[in-house]
Design a binder for this molecule. Structure first.
Ligand code: GDP
Length: 296
């Protein structure tokens, strides 16, 4: 049972509570405060933690706790369920269908792992018999096209880009057109990033989106960005219709609590996790192990 994996400070908080002879509101509050600290350390946004606390208090009935022997179980279950619920935006993301052309646009700040993730996503589908293709619409970062070209060549995935053309919108549109003609069923458009969220980046994203008409826009975020996740995700969502999230660098120390913020800000589910620099270090997102790690 996944609950058994609840670790560290959460377990300690629950232990302290079960040692208390009387379970009153203060004991429950102390316990929730301890859990709050753990979740904040895991980069979960303060507002989300507060909402969770409020919901737990509504769900957990103090009389039940005082009477029953399963105090810890009741609270553990409530916390676990709340966090799972927060990762579920209530509707699945658009899922491309093999054999039918889909255009998937990737957005995110520079360094988030966008280019790497585009190739991972293409490679993942290629292994399952799809015919993916990569379009490099990042003319801002020097070396972006070379990086995509290198990755794509390694994975034997067709790619499109230009060293000469400086208009990302033109490249994106041309690339998509070419691969449509070649009957590729998954056309992936890698876009530019900037270090900061700035007007020029968002205008470019809007134009690329308008020119390519993506079936799905994926927001890529670095799992270690912490409390910045909400604003970042929301800023992209305002400009393009983000429909899914991929969290990268989950092989590091970060617990990835920012993912909850990205889900809340974009109302879209997390679909994959990046777990390393290599092409195959890519996992389909699974809510329960993710929440266990968050609490651990
Ligand atoms: P972009 O600027 O958003 O396109 O980011 P890149 O794809 O160039 O990635 C930035 C850096 O992060 C590179 O050094 C990648 O190898 C690295 N990176 C990307 N995804 C992961 C991941 O899941 N785990 C680790 N450890 N590194 C990653």
């Amino acid at each position: 049972m996944v609950l058994g994996q609840l670790g560290g400070s959460i377990s300690r908080a629950l232990q302290q509570m079960s040692n208390a002879t009387i379970i009153d509101e203060k004991v429950l509050n102390d316990c929730l405060n301890e859990i709050t600290r753990a979740l904040l350390q895991a980069d979960v946004q303060f507002k989300l933690v507060r909402d969770m606390q409020t919901n737990i208090k509504k769900i957990v009935n103090l009389d039940d706790l005082a009477a029953g022997h399963n105090k810890r179980r009741i609270i553990q279950q409530a916390i676990f369920n709340e966090l799972c619920k927060m990762l579920d935006p209530g509707k699945p993301s658009f899922t491309p269908k093999k054999g039918k052309t889909s255009i998937v646009m990737f957005v995110g700040l520079q360094g988030s792992g966008k280019t790497t993730t585009c190739t991972k996503y293409a490679y993942y589908h290629q292994k399952k018999g799809w015919k993916p293709a990569l379009v490099c619409a990042d003319t801002f970062r020097a070396g972006a096209f070379d990086q995509l070209k290198q990755n794509a060549t390694k994975a034997k995935i067709p790619f499109y880009g230009s060293y000469m053309e400086s208009d990302p919108v033109k490249i994106a549109a041309e690339g998509v057109e070419r691969f449509k003609k070649e009957n590729c069923d998954l056309i992936i458009v890698d876009t530019s990033g900037r270090h900061k969220q700035e007007a020029a980046l968002f205008e470019e994203m809007r134009q690329v989106s308008e020119a390519t008409k993506p079936d799905l826009v994926i927001f890529v975020m670095d799992g270690s960005i912490g409390q910045a996740a909400f604003d970042q995700a929301q800023a992209f969502k305002k400009i393009v219709s983000v429909g899914a999230v991929i969290v990268t660098k989950m092989d590091g120390h970060a617990k990835g609590g920012g993912a909850l913020s990205a889900v809340a800000a974009t109302k879209s589910p997390v679909i994959f996790l990046g777990t390393g620099e290599h092409m195959d270090e890519f996992e389909v997102f699974d809510v329960k192990p993710f929440v266990s790690r968050l609490l651990g």
